[in-house]
Design a protein around this ligand. Structure first.
Ligand SMILES: NC(=O)c1ccc[n+]([C@@H]2O[C@H](COP(=O)([O-])OP(=O)(O)OC[C@H]3O[C@@H](n4cnc5c(N)ncnc54)[C@H](O)[C@@H]3O)[C@@H](O)[C@H]2O)c1
Length: 388
């Protein structure tokens, strides 16, 4: 073993701090960096200390991620005496619950984490949302580091500070805004991500192109197979562009009073489908968003907003990589009835004075916010779509 294990030598710092891309989320006193590249998990202690100083770290992860990636992170922290403890959660959307939140808060306190310490969320969007929520309320808020391990978390959920849990009333209806202090997106960890999860995460990357960056969507159409084959250059580019897009929006509208709502393209429909499917493996979050995006494009077409082949382009692209595009693509059982879906959509956080806020499109890369579509028109649209 010739590896240099001595802490914080200049040589070790240099090796640690070599991300392929760094993106700044410009939020004044709460600004932070998103580092993207290989090898970041094993260098985490140095990367964190260089930016956030010393302090104990409590790791939150799930059992799937722990199997492949916990050991190097713990080793990195233990080498410098900063490992406060590790909590391994059950994988899956059901973990984003009040019960898990309560348990996790108590575990973080048992680890002895104090105000100056850090929570590290090592996992996908579920771990990030739950650990971020716990970090935001334990001791009235302690700092946290996102170490996203799914493509979805690397391109989207680890950036922007939304935390939360699900309730029977719907998705992410209880939560906080709590920005991470650092995001370490290690592209190596995607090696163990199952293909279905990779495809689901890809949807959130494509979403950025569909909202505001037609050139990026065009690039994805050409490079999807390289991204899904985990070609390092393609994956890094896909993550960096999506994160830059999100960072720009979050810097303009941190708490979603305006522009940030655009990031919910496909989510009003998608969240309703996810809730209806019981937040289960039957329909992954990203898959629900794929169908939701296609519904938003089709509704835009029905309303006469899109005049070209945008709808077909989106559907063709998603279908070509094995993503669902229609409600009927959801496996296992009868289609949802339109009234149930509309009722769930009525719980959406974007509802204002009983009116749905829909994110619609004039074309690829041209999303906008619309509040005047009559609920009956949406009901009629969903009823027709549910049968297709
Ligand atoms: N906060 C936000 O801004 C935001 C944005 C988008 C989505 N989300 C939330 O994110 C969640 C979805 O995220 P997700 O798709 O990452 O789900 P997830 O966290 O459930 O991860 C998906 C699956 O992949 C496994 N996994 C993750 N990384 C792995 C790896 N490297 N190797 C092997 N297995 C791995 C997990 O254990 C899990 O089984 C939803 O709850 C959604 O609401 C939040």
């Amino acid at each position: 073993m010739s590896a240099d294990r001595s802490p914080r030598t200049p040589a070790r710092q240099d090796r640690a701090a070599q991300p392929a891309a760094t993106i700044r989320v410009a939020l004044g006193s709460r600004a932070y960096d998103v580092l993207i590249g290989p090898g970041l998990v094993a260098s985490a202690a140095d990367l964190i200390e260089a930016r956030l100083g010393k302090g104990k770290c409590g790791i939150v992860t799930d059992a799937n991620v722990a199997a492949g990636h916990l050991e190097p992170l713990e080793a990195s922290l233990k080498t410098v005496g900063r490992h406060a403890g590790t909590e391994v959660l059950a994988p899956g959307e059901a973990t984003k619950s009040f019960a898990s939140l309560a348990r996790l808060c108590e575990r973080l306190l048992e680890m002895g984490l104090e105000r100056g310490d850090l929570v590290i969320a090592l996992g996908g969007g579920v771990v990030g949302d739950l650990a971020g929520f716990a970090a935001s309320i334990v001791r009235r808020g302690i700092r946290f580091v996102q170490m996203p391990t799914s493509l979805l978390a690397q391109v989207d959920s680890s950036v922007g500070g939304k935390t939360g849990i699900n309730t029977p009333q719907g998705k992410n209806l209880v939560g906080t805004f709590h920005q991470p202090s650092l995001v370490l997106a290690d592209t190596d960890v995607l090696a163990t991500l199952p293909p279905r999860q990779l495809r689901a995460g890809y949807v959130e990357a494509a979403k950025y192109g569909l909202i505001a960056d037609a050139a990026y969507f065009g690039w994805l159409e050409q490079n999807a197979s390289a991204v899904l084959a985990k070609d390092i250059a393609a994956v890094t580019h896909a993550i960096a562009i999506a994160v830059q897009g999100k960072a720009d929006v979050v810097a303009r509208d941190e708490t979603e009073t305006g522009d940030r709502m655009l990031l919910n393209l496909g989510h009003t429909f998608g969240h309703a489908l996810e809730a209806w499917a019981g937040f289960s493996d039957r329909l992954l979050h990203g898959e629900a968003i794929a169908i939701g995006i296609c519904l938003a494009f089709r509704l835009s077409e029905e309303l006469g907003l899109i005049g070209n082949n945008s709808v077909a382009r989106v559907e063709t692209h998603f279908a070509s990589i094995g993503l669902p595009t229609r409600i009927a693509d959801i496996p296992g059982g009868p289609a949802p009835d339109a009234a149930t879906l509309l009722e769930i959509m009525g719980q959406d956080k974007k509802v204002r004075e009983g009116k749905l806020t829909l994110i619609l499109v004039r074309g690829i890369g041209e999303a906008f916010i619309r509040r005047d579509v009559a609920p009956n028109a949406v009901l009629d649209f969903i009823a027709r779509q549910a049968g297709r």
